[in-house]
Design a protein around this ligand. Structure first.
Ligand SMILES: NC(=O)c1ccc[n+]([C@@H]2O[C@H](COP(=O)([O-])OP(=O)(O)OC[C@H]3O[C@@H](n4cnc5c(N)ncnc54)[C@H](O)[C@@H]3O)[C@@H](O)[C@H]2O)c1
Length: 283
């Protein structure tokens, strides 16, 4: 069994990013990321803080806009518009979920596509699907990077994804299909999830239910990617029954320390990529 160590790889990537940002700063250039948080969801707050801390470690200037849950859609659009026009800001991230009073798609569509470092806008979503160069959402991109790092080929693999959200499952489908894998996607309405997982070389689970993936649902030596984050008795666990599934699998991501840290690294990388594209020819 090999643990897919996302923490270690994320640290390496972040060190490289720091070197790049240091180099830019010697040329008097700086990289800026704006994070918008609407409302006071506890989990969202902690994610936003983690992202800001990672930016600080790498020298990226991040600003968090803490906005009231009562903000109107038009007020939020006006803030996004000003960030779109601000040359010091290279990445804009709207932390999801947004309050029900605000139309998420309208907001995500308002972020300039070349500052959409989360890759959640319809433009980037479509570009990802057709395999164009674009911002891939951080969690799916982190998974691909982790698999690449461990030399796990995707071509011809049977891959089953459990969870079909716009931010995890669907962009993962795009990335895996473009890597010539054969992909099945399960959701809450799937009649028998194990029918799909049992045949899979790689199983990715991103649902938010602890112990969802059990050992009898996978084949021997399967590769397991656990995206879930659940707090059980004050402890963070994933969606996989780790103790039993790890005995049967060949590679597995731990939670914490697997997919989570990779997500942060990919967000920072996307921000550097945005900076590069936006300042091309200027430095
Ligand atoms: N590690 C990270 O960086 C990271 C990033 C994003 C999300 N997450 C975690 O991943 C999980 C999913 O997040 P999300 O935003 O995609 O969630 P979501 O609620 O938007 O989507 C969940 C998906 O799982 C499916 N589902 C629910 N119950 C199911 C079941 N019993 N069987 C099969 N499918 C089922 C739903 O149909 C849906 O497609 C959460 O635990 C979240 O915290 C982790």
């Amino acid at each position: 069994l090999i643990l897919l160590d996302g923490k270690k790889l994320s640290d390496i990537i972040q060190q490289d990013i720091k070197l790049e940002v240091d180099k830019l700063s010697r040329q008097n250039a700086s990289v800026g990321l704006s994070v918008i948080l609407v409302g006071d969801d506890v989990a969202s707050k902690s994610y936003v803080k983690m992202k800001a801390k990672a930016c600080e470690r790498c020298g990226i200037k991040s600003t968090i806009h803490y906005l009231s849950k009562d903000i109107s859609q038009n007020e939020l659009l006006a803030i996004i518009d000003s960030l779109n026009k601000n040359d010091d800001i290279h990445g804009i991230l709207v932390q999801l979920p947004l309050p029900k009073s605000i139309n998420e798609n309208i907001i995500l569509n308002a972020v300039r596509y070349d500052k959409d470092v989360d890759g959640f806008s319809p433009f980037n979503t479509g570009s990802l699907l057709i395999g164009d160069d674009c911002f891939a959402p951080a969690t799916p991109a982190g998974i691909i990077r982790l698999l690449e790092h461990y030399d796990i080929a995707l071509e011809s693999k049977n891959i089953t994804i459990i969870g079909a959200s716009n931010i995890v499952g669907k962009p993962l489908v795009s990335l895996f299909i473009n890597a010539n894998a054969t992909v099945s996607v399960c959701n809450i309405h799937t009649k028998d999830v194990s029918e799909f997982t049992k045949n899979a070389d790689i199983v990715c689970v991103g649902v938010g239910v602890a112990n969802l993936l059990k050992a009898d649902m996978i084949k021997d030596n399967a590769i397991i990617i656990d995206i879930g984050i659940n707090k059980i008795n004050g402890k963070i666990v994933g969606d996989v029954d780790f103790d039993n599934v790890s005995k049967k699998s060949s590679y597995i991501t731990p939670v914490p320390g697997g997919v989570g840290p990779m997500t942060i690294a990919m967000l920072l990388e996307n921000t550097i990529k945005a900076h590069k594209a936006l300042t091309k020819g200027k430095n």
